[in-house]
Design a protein around this ligand. Structure first.
Ligand SMILES: [Zn+2]
Length: 422
């Protein structure tokens, strides 16, 4: 009897771990292209989607996973995450934590995000002097761990005294800051060459001051025009796109003119900058969730008092700017500025898009089809269509009626492998 059950469990193991031919059934599919399909049957062979058909056209020999009245969607893509950072006091935590510790934290965080439906992440640099986020990506790509697809930058490049520097210690203290400090076109070129050498497929630059960092002002422009030009040129030489952290109006305009691919935050954008972005095809990633997190969860934090206070003061004008940018037709991607909060919280970003005038369908497309285009991975991810990777999630209700359903993802499949099924 014991032998029999051993053989049975071995067979079950083989069945569940070998390349699967699977059919996903549900009530609805939001495919990421702007369409919905009723009673969909998504045919999956190994890691790819073979076709999207209906329940009465299921081929023989496929394992059926029936998700009942759930809605299927493409796996979500977050364009702005920091898996190795912690929200509450990130610069001090950076000084306390080893790169090994940050690697473990980051791995736990990206797996948590995958479980919440985020199947692809773009890292916007991390507070780690080594390359923890790149090692996490490499380990997942080698199959050592299950995790999301990861793209992005190992570090954020900052000028001395900028958002990636540590500005609260005395001049005698020689420490290694969380960001990569580079001044002048030559140092910036060198920093970018190093980033690419060790695996970054995006370059992240802190063009203006930041909210969170002690001692700098988001309304200041930190990069000189020469530094910006050098950064974008150097990255372009290696076919690597640039994401520019930019709050200040002038910093946004400079970065767009220099040719960056995405503007991160864009808080103090004006109409001229919006027109420039439309003209240059630059994408905007406003990252509302981090602001929500400050207001709701960190309001009493002493170490982040500056960020919380600033955030409160500018919130109304930032939201007004973003409403106008949506109306004018600036291209929006979607990113959260994730810094280690509970993973389900990230989908708050969608509700903010809807409150600012997007339809739920448009907001979903930002985090799927459009984000895939920004990554230049539209042939692989972003929609549920034949030939794409089988990165598919499901929620219980209809997110087109209630966008908060995305905060309660019930089913996650990545590359044809089911990693969550409630
Ligand atoms: Zn960020």
């Amino acid at each position: 009897m014991k032998t029999f059950s051993l053989i049975l469990s071995f067979l079950l193991f083989i069945l569940s771990s070998s390349a699967q031919k699977t059919v996903l059934l549900a009530k609805n599919l939001i495919d990421g292209t702007g369409k919905t399909v009723s009673n969909p049957a998504v045919i999956i062979d190994s890691n790819k989607i073979v076709s999207v058909t209906t329940k009465d056209n299921i081929p023989k020999g496929y394992k059926i996973v029936d998700l009942g009245d759930y809605t299927l969607l493409p796996g979500l893509i977050d364009m702005h995450v920091h898996p190795d950072l912690t929200a509450d006091d990130y610069q001090v935590d950076h000084l306390k934590g080893s790169s090994a510790g940050k690697t473990l934290l980051g791995l736990k965080n990206v797996q948590g995000l995958l479980n919440a439906g985020w199947t692809t992440l773009r890292v916007a640099g991390d507070g780690d002097v080594a390359y923890a986020n790149m090692e996490i990506r490499n380990a997942i790509n080698k199959g050592m761990f299950t995790g999301p697809h990861i793209y992005g930058a190992a570090h954020y490049i900052s000028v001395t005294g900028g958002g990636g520097d540590i500005n609260f210690l005395s001049p005698e203290q020689k420490i290694i800051p969380d960001g990569l400090i580079a001044d002048g076109p030559e140092e910036i070129r060198k920093a970018i060459r190093n980033e690419i050498k060790y695996g970054s497929d995006w370059i992240k630059i802190l063009v203006t001051g930041a909210f969170m960092t002690a001692g700098d002002n988001p309304k200041n422009v930190h990069f000189s025009p020469e530094e910006l030009k050098a950064a974008v040129e150097e990255a372009a030489r290696r076919d690597v796109p640039v994401m520019a952290h930019a709050h200040a109006t002038e910093g946004i305009k400079m970065a767009v003119k220099a040719g960056v691919r995405t503007i991160e935050h864009g808080s103090f954008i004006d109409e001229e900058a919006m027109d420039l972005m439309i003209q240059h095809g630059t994408y905007l990633i406003p990252t509302f969730t981090i602001g929500l997190y400050f207001n709701e969860k960190l309001a009493d934090s002493k170490s982040l008092a500056k960020a919380v206070d600033l955030n409160k003061k500018v919130r109304d004008s930032v939201y007004k700017n973003m409403r106008l940018a949506i109306k004018k037709g600036v291209k929006f991607g979607l990113g959260t500025d994730y810094v280690g909060w509970p993973a389900d919280y990230s989908a708050r970003e969608f509700s903010e898009y809807v409150s600012l005038g997007m339809t739920p369908m448009q907001a979903i497309m930002c985090a799927t089809k459009i984000n895939a285009e920004i990554l230049n991975k539209q042939n692989l991810i972003g929609t549920v269509e034949a030939g794409k990777l089988a990165d598919i999630i499901a929620v219980k209700g209809d997110p087109l009626k209630n966008i908060t359903e995305l905060q309660r993802v019930k089913f996650v499949m990545i590359g044809g492998k089911i990693v969550k099924q409630d």
